[in-house]
Design a protein around this ligand. Structure first.
Ligand SMILES: [Mn+2]
Length: 430
């Protein structure tokens, strides 16, 4: 199924082979960090040096040093930035391509959307990076790392993703088990801290105790050591709780069914590793997540600490902000000033607490810039494409926007917030 994508991947490898140094720029989330780690590992194995940087986006352009620039999990949405680079360039991305890239030198654009594949749900940037790595040598162990981006971007285990996981299982680097695809730890901590699913137990200790009593599971048992029968009872309890929350029913497939363990990695539970890597990115400690993906044990403990801090902060932020959500005609939105973690908050709110309309989170930063995260779900996406809406509404107020149909973003300025929201609401009503 990757044939067309592989043609472009081979073109990328040909370009790589001309160089002995690569400058990598990647996105700072779990998909971006794992994509960067996959390409970096494949380069090292070919004796090619690299220097990697983690970016939140390409809005401010990028300072390129070197003769070979590789972008992962970004680039497809910024044809002007890519076209302006005077070096060989490779873009490995799964965001919907916009405009036309006019490269100055050698160029390869490895993107599932350009190869007849679905990049929104069926192939992540990390999976696309693996397709390139596979063309570079015996890199099957990296299937495990690509799983982190698949989970981090909440993609589905179908299509290209399923194909890569199947390869990882076949080569023995990934094991698959029936069960709940959730984080590791004591049952009580997992249920309190989990964001996928979000169970709303964070400061409801008594409710949690009662919940566990009712289904007959001890709260200090290790989640990964539950018997199948216990896990089945827990799954039922969780399903009921989520249904009562008014969550989007499609959330179930992100955590029910199969769980994955990674043979060679520092963290065995794939969801846990994805979350730890994601947390390091959100806490501006990307290199720690990157080092964990590169199997450098020295950074594991620091990564776990960052994850615990991140969990605490995000749950506190959720509790603080949930009463500030406003309702428009066809959207719900939240305006924060100097808030933290705009996009994870938008994910939890849109999937679990306010799932009936597209959800827009706006974070006004001190410098007057506003980061916007927009979220919907596949049912709404049949009618409205948030990537288009973010682009159109942002451009109307002099900003930029884009992304995926169900998860998009924009950057605007603080004085335009009201006008922007009105325009987004109008576009979502059409
Ligand atoms: Mn991604």
């Amino acid at each position: 199924m990757f044939e067309l994508l592989k043609v472009e991947a081979r073109k990328a490898v040909k370009i790589i082979d001309k160089h002995n140094f690569a400058r990598i720029f990647t996105h700072y989330d779990a998909d971006g960090i794992s994509s960067g780690a996959i390409i970096a590992t494949a380069l090292i194995r070919k004796g090619i040096d690299f220097h990697i940087s983690f970016l939140s986006g390409l809005n401010e352009g990028v300072e390129c040093d070197g003769d070979l620039i590789i972008f992962t999990d970004m680039g497809s949405g910024y044809p002007d930035v890519i076209s302006s680079i005077d070096a060989d360039v490779i873009v490995i991305d799964h965001h919907y391509p916009v405009g036309k890239i006019q490269p100055k030198r050698d160029f390869a654009h490895v993107n599932p959307h350009l190869a007849g594949l679905d990049g929104s749900f069926e192939l992540s940037a990390s999976g696309t990076s693996f397709v390139v790595a596979e063309e570079m040598g015996d890199n099957y162990d990296l299937t495990a790392i690509s799983l982190l981006g698949i989970i981090g971007d909440k993609q589905k285990i179908i299509g290209g993703n399923a194909e890569i996981i199947r390869k990882g299982i076949e080569k023995g680097f990934i094991t698959e088990k029936e069960g709940l695809r959730m984080i590791s730890g004591k049952v009580r901590d997992v249920l309190r801290l989990s964001l996928e699913p979000f169970l709303d137990f964070y400061s409801k200790e008594e409710e949690l105790e009662e919940f566990l009593n009712r289904i007959g599971i001890e709260d200090d048992k290790e989640f990964d050591e539950l018997s199948r029968e216990e896990e089945r009872r827990l799954a039922n309890g969780i399903a009921l709780r989520i249904l009562k929350m008014n969550a989007y029913p499609g959330v179930f497939e992100t955590f029910m069914g199969k769980k994955f363990y990674l043979r060679e990695e520092l963290i065995k539970n794939a969801v846990m590793m994805s979350e730890v890597v994601n947390a390091t990115g959100r806490k501006s400690a990307h290199s720690i997540g990157f080092a964990i993906c590169m199997r450098d044990e020295r950074y594991l403990e620091k990564g776990m600490d960052l994850w615990r801090d991140f969990m605490k902060e995000i749950h506190e932020e959720i509790e603080k902000r949930r009463n500030d959500v406003k309702e428009g005609e066809c959207i719900r939105y939240l305006i924060m000033e100097n808030g933290s973690f705009t996009s994870p908050i938008a994910s939890v709110f849109s999937r679990y607490l306010f799932s009936d309309k597209p959800f827009i989170a706006l974070n006004i930063k001190k410098d007057g810039q506003v980061k916007v995260s927009a979220r919907s779900n596949p049912i709404m996406a049949e009618r409205i494409n948030l990537a288009d809406i973010m682009k159109e509404a942002a451009e109307k107020v002099g900003g930029r926007g884009g992304g995926h149909s169900v998860a998009a973003g924009a950057n605007i300025t603080a004085d335009k917030v009201e006008e922007f929201i009105k325009e987004v609401d109008r576009l979502c009503c059409i």
